[in-house]
Design a protein around this ligand. Structure first.
Ligand SMILES: [Zn+2]
Length: 554
């Protein structure tokens, strides 16, 4: 097998090699030789197959080209490490890609659109769709009555875009065996009821989806293949070359989804680097249940996929979402007479973390409210040291004290800047101005030395990393452009423990994204205004073009 060299020259190569996680040191020192958060600059790069062979000047790199090399003039475009997406739901994204999303500004109009979403379905089959009430004039979840009026003749299940609530019509509730006698599961699933005790159709909590979706027809292997093929294409189009599924099993269960991932990777349908984070509550539902080890989960994958998948973190949930009033706060919501609550009692959370660590996992714990973040820090501190650093997912509402504790813990904050652009107004309504202003202090995370990769939680939001950069720069005037891109590259690779990704250095994996021009020379204000004009031109994973096009590149 011959390995043809590919040479990209005549552009800007941002290596992120030797990059500092934060620009603070280079700014403070004033020494121009200290690399900023984007690392050393070059103008050309050479790779063969899945490895980077050289990074340097045009002269140096063009000298490597032979008669059978692909030589591509970048014409001023920029090459960066492929974006790393350490918290997404690709399987779910692929499943929902074909579903309607009921959004917009008017609640009534969104509900009026429900019958249209059912138009192309076979009679009596389920309508499954998503709804996003964050922009509605009246942001109340649709009820069974709303849905019965809209679609009386087939079961309807709508998932809140956050994944933390669902709503269903009467037929769907009946098929799921859910009625006034059904019990809540404290912390995991709450059935909203009217004054007479009848379910309103709305269920909240991490198990809300599972409770109704269990009645759906079982997925086929072809469904899983189609979902992951769609997800791979969407991620690659946004410049992503590494992705983590941050709750394996949340749509169709761990066994079904693991089989789909294995098949998609082995067949080449999933060309990106993959990390899978099984939901702890799914692989060991009871607190005392034995937690399968990473090796035991890996053994469920086909041989050909096994060494392509990282299995390091289990997903836990400490609370819910601000949008659904289920995040756990220290003080009451500004627009509801309660403070949310924990998914697990703190002692149980600590026991769950201990169980995960003794089975060989680190944990990635969803915590949005300040009370939930404090409980996670306590639980992690009470367990033995993990094999890899733990992760805190979302980490949205902190005060100075929590920031100091988080920094001391060595736990990474895996944050989602696009949430702020999506639901900023809802957050202000939920928290009031003072607390909303404290959400996601990106520059403060970096100054405190907290590892801070960006991610999107897609498909909760659209999820393109460039949109995440825009939202982050708009939100936090203390954050630099280089820091924002570091958070989407080197920082993400570090939190996944993938030394092969996130930097353009000799010997690392040839995972690259080509942008229309150097993102560092665009004024910061243009990024924050969203008129930077930067686009993803092409994405290369393991040396293969997986999205976009570039003249001269096959
Ligand atoms: Zn998530």
């Amino acid at each position: 097998m011959t390995h043809h060299y590919t040479v990209l020259h005549g552009g800007t190569v941002l290596t992120f090699d030797g990059a500092l996680p934060s620009d603070a040191a280079s700014r403070a020192g004033g020494d121009p030789r200290v690399p900023d958060a984007a690392g050393r600059r070059a103008t050309a790069i050479c790779f063969a197959d899945d490895r980077i062979l050289a990074v340097g000047t045009d002269e140096e790199i063009l000298a490597l080209a032979g008669p059978d090399s692909h030589v591509v003039d970048l014409r001023g475009r920029a090459v960066l490490p492929g974006f790393v997406e350490p918290h997404a739901h690709p399987y779910w994204e692929g499943v929902v890609a074909g579903m309607a999303l009921l959004a917009g500004r008017e609640r009534r109009a969104a509900i009026r659109a429900v019958p249209g979403a059912a138009e192309h379905l076979e009679p009596e089959t389920w309508l499954v769709a998503r709804y996003d009430p964050t922009g509605w004039d009246r942001p109340d979840d649709p009820t069974r009555d709303d849905l019965d009026r809209a679609v009386p003749d087939r079961p309807v299940l709508l998932a809140h875009v956050s994944g933390h609530a669902v709503t269903a019509n009467s037929l769907a509730l009946a098929l799921a065996g859910l009625d006034r006698r059904s019990d809540d599961q404290p912390g995991r699933m709450a059935i909203e009821r009217d004054d007479g005790g009848e379910p309103t159709g709305i269920l909240r909590g991490p198990d809300a989806w599972d409770r109704i979706a269990a009645a759906l027809p079982p997925p086929t292997a072809a469904d899983g293949h189609a979902a992951l093929t769609r997800a791979a294409a969407r991620l690659a189009a946004d410049g992503v070359t590494s992705v983590a599924d941050a709750d394996l099993g949340s749509t169709h269960g761990v066994a079904v989804e693991l089989a789909a991932w294995g098949e998609a990777i082995a067949s080449g349908a999933m060309s990106l680097a993959v990390a899978l984070m099984p939901g702890l509550a799914r692989i060991a539902p009871g607190v005392g249940d034995t937690v399968p080890s990473p090796a035991e989960i890996a053994a469920m994958l086909p041989e050909a996929a096994r060494n392509r998948v990282r299995l390091d973190h289990l997903k836990l949930k400490a609370d819910g979402a601000l949008t659904t009033h289920t995040a756990w706060l220290r003080a009451s919501y500004a627009d509801a007479p309660h403070a949310g609550g924990p998914v697990h009692d703190p002692a149980v959370l600590a026991e769950r973390v201990r169980g995960a660590v003794s089975a060989g996992w680190a944990v990635a714990t969803h915590a949005i409210g300040d009370a939930a973040i404090a409980a996670v820090l306590d639980a992690c501190a009470a367990a033995l040291p993990p094999p890899r650093p733990h992760r805190l997912e979302h980490a949205m509402l902190l005060d100075e004290d929590l920031l100091v504790r988080l920094a001391a813990s060595g736990i990474a904050a895996v944050v989602q800047p696009e949430f702020l652009a999506w639901a900023g107004a809802t957050y202000r309504a939920r928290l009031g101005e003072e607390r909303a202003a404290r959400l996601l202090p990106f520059a403060a995370f970096l100054r405190a030395g907290i590892p801070m990769p960006f991610s999107s939680d897609r498909p909760v939001v659209r999820g393109a990393p460039l949109d995440g950069v825009r939202a982050a720069l708009q939100h936090d005037p203390g954050l630099s452009i280089a820091e924002a891109f570091h958070a989407w590259t080197a920082a993400g690779a570090a939190v996944l423990g993938d030394d092969d990704a996130g930097r353009l250095e000799v010997g690392r994996r040839s995972d690259l994204v080509i942008l229309s021009r150097d993102p560092m020379v665009v004024p910061r204000a243009a990024w924050a205004r969203r008129d930077d004009g930067i686009t993803v031109v092409a994405t290369i994973a393991r040396g293969r073009l997986v999205a976009g096009r570039l003249e001269g590149l096959a």
